[in-house]
Design a protein. Structure first.
Length: 164
């Protein structure tokens, strides 16, 4: 019986599961977005978010700890140089899971897991904030109408002066 066992074993033995999560975490850090199943993405989120939190403190101890989990020098280097600077002010929630539907062969639930601060399309969508507009438009239109009528009057007087 389970009785409170919160770890998803993903149908693998311990060594295989740890190696798979380390490889997926390295790929996520290097590529910023990977495609996988929803179950693996949820397990990866539990695995990688503490590493991202640890990367905020750039010390020898935290680098060695993260390397013990990842086992990839390039991923550790990129994590502490590039990723840590972007997530420095974020208090948590560094990853996002976007479901994409079923896989073609076996209809497994697929998704993208990505680092939140690296999705340009979502960051770009938030950037242009619209000015708040009102549905009442009485005064604004009235002033525009006055300006237009004054312009027309000036044009007509100019034309009359030219003719005379």
């Amino acid at each position: 019986m389970r009785h409170g066992d919160k770890l998803n074993n993903l149908g693998r033995k311990t060594a295989h599961r740890k190696a798979m999560l380390a490889n997926m975490a390295s790929s996520l850090i290097l590529h910023k977005r990977i495609s996988t199943t929803v179950a693996k993405a949820k397990a990866l989120r539990l695995y990688v978010e503490p590493l991202l939190t640890k990367s905020k403190d750039d010390s020898t101890h935290s680098r060695r700890t993260v390397f013990a989990y990842l086992g990839n020098k390039e991923a550790v280097d990129m994590l502490f140089k590039d990723v840590a600077t972007k997530i420095a002010d974020r208090p948590g929630g560094y990853t996002r899971i976007l479901k994409t539907g079923g896989r073609l062969g076996d209809n497994a639930d697929m998704c993208f897991i990505e680092l939140v601060d690296y999705n340009e399309s979502m960051l770009g969508a938030k950037a242009p904030a619209k000015a708040k507009t009102s549905r009442r438009g009485g005064k604004k239109k009235a002033t525009e109408a006055k300006v237009k009528t004054e312009d027309k009057k000036e044009e007509s007087t100019d034309e009359n002066n030219k003719i005379e």
